[in-house]
Design a binder for this molecule. Structure first.
Ligand code: NAD
Length: 337
């Protein structure tokens, strides 16, 4: 990365606690001298006819142009005639994979100290294709769509991620013993991609067994790749293993190399505007964005400052059992840089 020309990235501060935790990211990035210039976009208060949503066309163009962005939590406005914000982002930016690294934070005690896994979820099809209807009264039908194209591209991303992050194993999570055609095709695609990565160990694990293994010994896993519904559930299970949504970052990968990082939690209206929010998940998401941009030195420096602040235990927000405000905790991270 060149320090002289800053890299532009889109920032959606979002709703509720979003602006407070986005401020925290801006402060930490300033303190660490990260060569990023933010293009800030807010969710509009009117429907933009070009996107059929409260997200403006300009804000989506900004992510497409920059190729990277960071998104705070968004509260989907109530009312008819618009698409949900997350659906709009997913469709318009072709966000096909959701990546969540889950690792134990030393100093924040949970049942396990040795979790270090990454879930990669297919994000466009499966049971979430939105194809449900009533056949006759009392009988409904839902179509689970699995395509070769979407399965190959998420598998490609999982192996590429494993290789570029020094990971050793990819586990495809499935239920192909029952869902023979759909999950069967998903596995076939994973196997095809695995052939191209002989240095990465490939295994297939049935979803129910996977759940048992995860709660008994999460250290058994490295990178997990799976269809949409399984990924939705397993990724939250894994977030729970390390202490919850307030700590878990994520990144959405789109066609053409777009990356939109976001915290996993919502807008927390109960604590919004009170300087109580924990900015960790959004900060660690911003770190994922830096890694996607190959700005590894700054990513490492910021990640260490966050983890050391939490490990030290002097400054912690209320959700982690402390009494610090968002700004005190942010200042402590800046001091650790
Ligand atoms: P939530 O995640 O906002 O809140 C659940 C609980 O966790 C609350 O008690 C909240 O105070 C706490 N919490 C969440 N994040 C926290 C943080 N960073 N620091 C400290 N405490 C935190 O979930 P919800 O209440 O179900 O949803 C509220 C709104 O957020 C809804 O409008 C929902 O649609 C939206 N939402 C958006 C996203 C997103 O944009 N990706 C995700 C989930 C929910």
């Amino acid at each position: 990365s060149s320090v002289s020309t800053p890299i532009r990235a889109t920032l959606f501060p979002g709703d509720g606690i979003g602006p407070e935790i986005a401020d925290s990211v801006k402060q930490v990035f300033n303190a660490a001298d990260v060569p990023i210039e933010w293009e800030e976009h807010y969710v509009g208060d009117q429907i933009d006819p070009r996107t059929q949503s409260f997200l403006t066309w300009e804000s989506l163009e900004s992510v497409r142009r920059n190729g990277v962005g960071l998104k705070g939590p968004m509260a989907t406005p109530i009312g008819k005639g618009h698409r949900s914000l997350n659906l709009t982002l997913r469709k318009e930016l072709n966000l096909y994979a959701n990546v969540r690294p889950c690792y134990s934070l030393s100093g924040y005690k949970t049942r396990y100290d040795n979790v270090n896994l990454v879930t990669i979820r297919e994000n466009t099809e499966g049971e979430y294709s939105g194809l449900e209807h009533q056949v006759v009264r009392g009988v409904v039908e839902s179509l689970k769509i699995i395509t070769r194209q979407a399965s190959l591209r998420v598998a490609e991303y999982a192996f590429h991620f494993a290789k570029s992050h020094g990971r050793e194993r990819v586990s495809a999570i499935h239920k192909a013993n029952i869902m023979q055609k759909t999950d069967g095709l998903f596995l076939k695609c994973c196997r095809e991609v695995a052939e191209k990565y002989p240095e990465i160990t490939y295994e297939e694990v049935i979803i129910d067994n996977c759940c048992m293994m995860l709660v008994k010994n999460p250290a058994l896993f490295d990178v997990l790749v799976m269809p949409n519904l399984y990924g939705d559930i397993i990724s939250d299970l894994c977030a729970g293993l390390i202490g919850g949504l307030g700590l878990t970052p994520s990144c959405n990968i789109g066609m053409g190399g777009v990356a939109l990082a976001e915290a996993v939690h919502g807008s927390a209206p109960d604590i919004a505007g009170k300087n109580l929010a924990n900015p960790t998940a959004l900060l660690l998401s911003a770190v994922l964005m830096l890694r996607h941009l190959n700005i590894h030195d700054k990513a490492e420096q910021i990640q260490n400052a966050i983890l050391n602040t939490i490990a030290e235990g002097k400054y912690r927000t209320a959700d982690l059992g402390g009494t610090s405000t968002t700004s005190d905790f942010t200042k402590a991270i800046c001091d650790h840089l």
